[in-house]
Design a protein. Structure first.
Length: 63
């Protein structure tokens, strides 16, 4: 982790954590928003499909 990352996360209004897993068959991207000042953070990962456009897995209620 870069120096002072904890300070940056503390002063930021929104923190995004994008995790990418690469296997032989596919690339899986999951987005977590652990901090959203003035809103509700999303602790549960959102599955993203990144291509020419972004698609969000809406198979479960995330709102």
């Amino acid at each position: 982790m870069p120096d002072n990352r904890d300070v940056t996360a503390h002063v930021a209004d929104v923190v995004f954590d994008l995790q990418t897993t690469i296997t032989n068959a596919e690339i899986e991207n999951r987005l977590v928003v652990p901090k959203f000042r003035g809103g509700k953070a999303l602790a549960e990962p959102i599955k993203l499909r990144l291509a020419e456009s972004v698609n969000i897995d809406t198979s479960r209620d995330i709102a």
